[in-house]
Design a protein around this ligand. Structure first.
Ligand code: MV4
Length: 449
């Protein structure tokens, strides 16, 4: 194991990685922008290095400054967290060239996943079910219309350079597809500098279910069961659970097992190692691969709490070259866990709501944990993701987890900024949520103010 880890991230995930690393006896280096100097993640690390002004491009995305900080402090490994440089194959390569361990998959695997159309082809060839769609990106709107005749409407145009829903455009017929194709290409060019667009049959109200995988550099690969992340707004997840309520009481067990096998096959096709997530859509009894994420996910704690697998700890051990010693048959779920993402946003208009947190009181309740990037007196600035905290709740059953969530959300106090806590209170009081009747449009139909 290496002895000093640089954490190339901020907020709650930097604190979480720091806590795990320190617990394993490692020294840690925090890097921070001028906007974050007073945040707890900076203070809690063994040492800290300023990397630049507030804009992410000049700080948390500034690979040169981060590598320089690693060199100066003698760090031997870099954990990128999520977002920022976590899915950059170039950064992973630059780490290797600088003699540093990148805590993540091999750069080659990251490169294979980056183009979402190429990723589709690759996993399909490995026998993984994908959404019916085009085999490749299409040269123009006319080619898209021709291809759509084969695939069938409604059609969803997706940006190959993207992922996470950026640039997607729906079309119900050929006339709409002409427009949707151009719109998607334009958005892709603006967001990623590449305009490749591919087609998929559009599912109007799918569930989003994902499978956690964990591989090492010795050919071992396991999955750590599923999470359901259907409750989202504009591609921002809001509530995540382990396991999926779809599978409560042993329902659809064969489908679930096939999904796990598909996730392993996809990860193998990419040559994956370290922690990753394979995303599926589920609709009418069938599941379909949509993309794989080459990083630790925001919602990983619900998997840790229900399987007992220390994902961050294993990320570090795998990066140090250790083999995974967990056997697949020993990965079993106990209980249920729910994560509520608390965002600094206006609960009605959903605008970001920066400001200073004047009161921050976490509930002290059985099975309840708050992973926060901020504390009382902290400034939430407009430069980064509006996530201020994750309320993570464990219960022996899903019903108990929901009851605990309700109690915790009643007690949770964050003042000085607007947050979406009221939205979470409505979600956990909604009969459809209790019944596990989820899809990606849940918030348009339920838990309304
Ligand atoms: C879809 C879809 C319906 N049909 N693909 C959005 C994020 C990206 N990872 C894939 N996404 C979707 N792909 C087909 N063919 C609906 C979504 C989608 C979605 C997926 C997961 C979680 C939330 C979502 C919200 C809206 C749309």
């Amino acid at each position: 194991m290496f002895s000093k880890l640089l954490i190339a991230n901020r907020g709650e995930i930097a604190r979480r990685i720091n806590a795990v690393a320190r617990g394993m006896g490692l020294a840690t280096v925090a890097v921070y922008s001028d906007a974050d100097q007073k945040l707890p993640f900076v203070r809690e690390a063994s040492e800290s290095v300023r990397i630049g002004p507030p804009p992410a491009k000049e700080s948390y995305l500034n690979a040169a400054a981060i590598l320089e900080a690693a060199k100066r402090t003698g760090a031997e490994a870099i954990h990128p967290g999520y977002g920022f440089l976590s899915e950059s194959a170039e950064f992973a390569r630059a780490c290797a060239e600088a003699g540093l361990r990148f805590v993540g998959p091999p750069p080659e695997a990251m490169a294979r996943m980056k183009d979402k159309s190429q990723a589709r082809r690759l996993v399909q060839a490995a026998g993984v079910p994908v959404v019916p769609g085009s085999a490749d990106v299409l040269p123009d709107a006319a080619a898209a219309v021709a291809e759509a005749e084969r695939v069938g409407y409604p059609i969803l145009c997706k940006a190959a350079g993207g992922g996470g829903g950026i640039g997607m455009a729906v079309a119900k017929d050929a006339a709409e597809l002409e427009k949707a194709f151009r719109q998607c290409a334009d958005r892709a060019r603006a967001a990623f500098g590449r305009e490749g667009v591919y087609l998929e049959r559009y599912f109007p109200a799918p569930r989003h279910i994902e499978v956690q995988v964990l591989g090492d550099h010795h050919g071992r690969l396991i999955h750590c069961l599923e999470r359901e992340c259907s409750i989202q707004r504009r591609h921002q997840k809001v509530v995540e659970e382990a396991g999926s309520p779809l599978f409560l009481g042993g329902a659809h067990e064969q489908t679930r097992q096939r999904m796990f096998q598909a996730a392993l096959a996809a990860a193998r096709a990419f040559g994956y190692a370290n922690a990753g997530t394979v995303e599926f859509l589920y609709s009418d009894g069938e599941f379909y691969f949509i993309e794989m994420n080459a990083r630790l996910q925001v919602e990983h704690p619900v998997t840790e709490l229900t399987t007992g697998v220390d994902l961050v700890g294993w990320q570090l051990r795998v990066a140090a070259g250790e083999p995974i010693s967990i056997r697949q048959e020993d990965v079993r779920r106990t209980g249920a866990a729910i994560e509520h993402r608390i965002y600094a946003e206006d609960p009605v208009k959903f605008f970001p709501s920066p400001g200073t947190i004047t009161a921050f009181r976490a509930p002290s309740l059985e099975g309840v944990r708050l992973d926060a990037g901020y504390e009382e007196g902290s400034a939430v600035t407009p430069y980064y993701d509006p996530l201020v905290a994750k309320l993570i709740v464990f219960g022996a059953s899903r019903d108990q987890a929901i009851d605990r969530s309700r109690a915790a959300l009643e007690k949770l106090v964050i003042e000085g900024i607007k947050t979406n806590i009221p939205l979470h209170r409505r979600v956990v009081s909604d009969p459809a949520f209790r019944a596990g009747l989820l899809n990606t449009h849940f918030l348009e139909e339920h838990a309304r103010a």
